[in-house]
Design a protein. Structure first.
Length: 47
């Protein structure tokens, strides 16, 4: 069963060119990911 394999924290990074404007879809996706990870581990979420 999957319970036999506990999850380990894994860092996630989102990289994108800072000199280009993000599309609205990408911006919404990034904001959603930040919220998801913040709920799972509030002290380690950065934006």
């Amino acid at each position: 069963m999957l319970e036999d394999f506990p999850l380990t924290p894994t860092p996630v990074s989102l990289l994108y060119p800072h000199h280009r404007q993000l599309s609205p879809r990408v911006r919404v996706f990034i904001d959603w990911l930040v919220k998801v990870f913040a709920r799972q581990n509030p002290e380690s979420a950065h934006h």
